[in-house]
Structures are given as C-alpha cells and as structure tokens.
Design a protein around this ligand. Structure first.
Ligand SMILES: Cc1ncc(COP(=O)(O)O)c(C=O)c1O
Length: 455
C-alpha cells in the first residue's frame, strides 16, 4: 500500500488526490463525507480519514447547511439539486468563527466558481473597473495595468499573458527575491503605475510553500490609494489567491485587508470547487460578472448553483475554522520529521531544501527538496520508487516533462538543483510511519539509479 504524496489537483490526469488529502463523496441532503485516497498496488481503494477531528468532513448529526430555496421552493429546504435556485448564497454566507473568536473565513461568496474562474473574474473585474473609472473622468483611453509576482499559479499568469497578447491589459510580473522567496512589498509597490488597477499576490506559493507579505501589501496599497484618489488616479484593487493557505494556517480576510480572496475547496478536504471572497461585492469593491443568463448569486455568478458541492465546501470550511491550529501543528510536526529523516538518510550534504528561505515563513505541509547528484532528476527518482507517488512540482505542470520548475528557478535555485526537485506535501492523515516508508523508498530508488549509472 502506498500513500500518494503531493498537492492534490483537479488537473491531475489520474484524477487522484496526490497527497491523500481527500476527495468528497456527497450524501443526500447536502451532507458529505471526506475520504482519504490510498492506493493498493494498481487498484485504489478508499479509506475513511483517521486524523485530528476523526469525523473530518462528516457533518454533525442533525447538521443542515441552510441554503433556502425561493421562487416556488419551500423556504428553508436544504435540497441538493433543488430546481429552484437558492437566494443569494452570500446571504446564506457560511460564517465560521475560529476557536478564539476570530473570523477566519468571513464568508464564502460565489461558491459556485472554480478557483480558476475566481482568479479570472478578479482580473476581468479590475480591467472593467479601470475602463469605467476612466470614462467617468471623460477619458476612455489607456490600458489597464496589473502587478503580480513571477511565481503565481497559471490561473493568474496565463490570463494576464493572454490579455497582454490581445493588447487589452499590461502586466508586470515582479520577480521574487532569491533571499526570501517572497515578492517583496517594496518591489511590488515600485511596479505600480498610474494606470495600475490590480495587484494580485498569492498568499502562499504552491511549490515552495513560502508565505507572501499580503497583509503588509494591502496596508501600503490602501495608503497609496488615498494619494491616488487625490490625484484622480484609479484605485488599485488587491487580490490574493489563498488556495494553498486555507487549512494550513490562519487566514483572516480582515487582517489581510484584501478586496478579493480566492478559495479552493479541494486543498482543504472539501469538494473540487472554488469560491471567491469579495469585500462588499458591487458596493465596497467592484465585481463584474463574466457570465450572463440568470439571476443566481445576485447575477454576479449566474447559473444554477451546485448545492451539494457548496454544502461540502461549507462543511470543510467549518472544520478548518474550528481545527486549523491542530491541523497545522500536526502537519508541521510530520513535515519537520520528514525533513529530518531525509537528512539523516541521505546525509546533510546531499539534501538541498528548496523551500528554506531565511526570514520567510512557509506552509506547514510543504517539503520541496533535491537529492543532489548526477542522474537524480526528480522524475527519474520517482520512476524508481515502488510505493511513493508524488509530484516534482505543480501538478498542473505535469505535462512539462523534465524541465526544471520555473518557480524554483525564479527563486534563485540553481538549475542542477532545480532539476532534481521533488515536492512532498504531508496531509492531515499523514503519519510519521508514512514518512519512514516514503524515505526508505526514496533511498532504494536512489541506490538503484546509482547502480544503473555506475560504469
Ligand atoms: C495557488 C493556486 N491557485 C489556484 C489553484 C487552482 O486550483 P484548481 O485548478 O485545482 O482549482 C492551485 C492549484 O494547485 C494553486 O496552487
């Protein structure tokens, strides 16, 4: 039996979770169960998770997520597949209060979106808002400009590149600092131009796990916006893609001070659905729909809502709100054990940790490392593993063959080290015994490769 390691991604060709974080099987009436996926030889079977909060994903008895129907449905009916769409789901906002009273996820807005749609919607909104604010000033010229980092997920990078090719927007990809692995606030601010309408900075990077200084950035942009308003310049909106951070650390939209925040359910044991948080959508913060044809979710995201998925997302968010500190402590313990075991097994000189940057905080679950030596490219090592399934980087880049990760290269990791990179992410259910087995497997894979390579 082997545990699949790595970041779960809906884009993984096998459709399997890559770190055993779980997939969701929906029950009737909006209930859901979270399962962890472990492979047994070729045949995968599912096991219920045994982790902090044993019944992870199981709604408490009698639990109802109230998504009230309207327009003919009986109000208060939590009916999945209800032909009568629920009212604005943001009003049935899933408010979850953390253990010490902190609101972690203030509410989930527009939970029918995929995270990719959420990111695209923010970019689209910022560009529309730019044009509208220019028109009000009697100036319809100009191209909106967006600032982001060089290590964003493709769902930010690719739409910006596309808009750039079409001449509809300009983008600056601020390089991360090789010292910190972060996009530094001063560098991001320095990239802002008079025509900048959006700054988008991920909360934590999906390959290195480095946590970005989003709260400080929002504060500084807020101060800058006051000066810009006095000069008649468009407001700079702030977005963060929190896909990697939710479930692994504290996420508080108030503290972060962002206008928009992207949520990805399957990164925290929820269903494969995303959501977009917007601060005062359509009032405090602009929001423009990308789709038309229905009145659901105040027409910001029309189309019949996928009620069971939304219910699952709400349940997963509630578990995170209640238990994130326990989840984080467990994952940090196991991840640190993994790193210590790797060093002990291969020797400190042979292991390079690609996510250790002095002075930067990082996610509790991510371990990105290279086993140094010729012929030990990440893919080759994994191909010789007998039980370990993992990714060499972002699962959505799995088609990119043996090319070293551009994210690692842009963090200043040397080419020969980046080529050998492996990314292991521990999950809530990963135990130290899983780590021992994974590292033993890596040791035998490297021994085998070195025997094969010997003259
Ligand atoms: C930072 C970040 N944003 C967005 C996504 C998009 O997630 P998905 O395409 O799985 O919905 C991912 C997935 O790994 C991610 O890491």
């Amino acid at each position: 039996m082997c545990q699949a390691w790595g970041n779960p991604s809906s884009s993984h060709p096998t459709g399997r979770d890559q770190d055993g974080l779980g997939s969701v099987v929906m029950g009737a009436r909006g209930s859901c169960q979270v399962w962890s996926c472990r492979q047994e030889g070729e045949g995968a079977h599912r096991q219920r998770t045994g982790e902090p909060g044993q019944d992870a994903g199981r709604p408490p008895r009698g639990h109802r997520l109230h998504l009230r129907g309207h327009g003919g449905g009986s109000r208060g009916d939590p009916l999945p597949g209800n032909p009568c769409p629920p009212p604005p789901l943001q009003q049935a906002a899933i408010r979850r209060v953390g253990m010490n009273g902190t609101v972690l996820l203030l509410s989930l807005h527009f939970p029918s979106l995929s995270s990719l749609q959420a990111n695209n919607m923010v970019i689209h909104t910022a560009c529309r808002h730019f044009h509208e604010s220019q028109c009000w000033r009697g100036d319809s010229r100009g191209t909106p400009h967006i600032v982001t980092s060089s290590v964003e997920h493709d769902s930010i990078r690719l739409p910006l590149e596309q808009l750039g090719r079409e001449g509809l927007a300009e983008a600056t990809f601020v390089p991360v600092s090789p010292r910190s692995g972060q996009a530094e606030v001063d560098d991001v601010l320095a990239a802002i131009r008079p025509n900048t309408c959006l700054v988008s900075l991920m909360l934590a990077n999906n390959e290195t796990g480095v946590i970005m200084p989003v709260a400080e950035l929002s504060q500084r942009v807020c101060a800058l916006n006051q000066r810009r308003a006095a000069e008649g310049l468009p407001r700079v909106l702030v977005h963060t893609d929190a896909a990697q951070m939710i479930g692994k650390g504290r996420v508080d939209v108030q503290e972060l001070g962002v206008d928009y925040l992207t949520i990805v359910g399957h990164k925290f044991h929820g269903p494969r659905i995303g959501a977009l948080y917007a601060r005062g959508p359509g009032t405090a913060t602009p929001l423009h729909p990308m789709l038309f044809g229905g009145g659901q979710e105040r027409s910001f995201r029309p189309g019949t809502e996928n009620t069971p998925m939304i219910a699952g997302l709400g349940q997963a968010a509630e578990l995170v709100s209640k238990n994130w500190e326990a989840y984080e402590a467990h994952m940090r313990d196991v991840r640190d054990y993994l790193e210590a075991t790797l060093e002990a097994s291969f020797g400190k000189q042979r292991i390079c940790f690609n996510s250790h940057f002095k002075g930067s905080k990082r996610l509790c679950n991510t371990c990105n490392f290279s086993i140094l030596g010729p012929g030990l490219q990440g893919r080759r090592v994994l191909a010789h593993c007998k039980v370990l399934l993992a990714s060499v980087g972002a699962a959505c880049h799995s088609e990119k063959g043996d090319r070293p990760s551009p994210v690692l290269l842009s963090c200043g990791i040397p080419l020969e080290v980046a080529r050998n990179a492996l990314r292991l992410s521990v999950g809530r259910s990963t135990a130290r015994a899983d780590v021992d087995r994974a590292v033993q497997d890596l040791v035998q894979a490297v021994e085998q490769l070195e025997r094969d390579l010997a003259p």
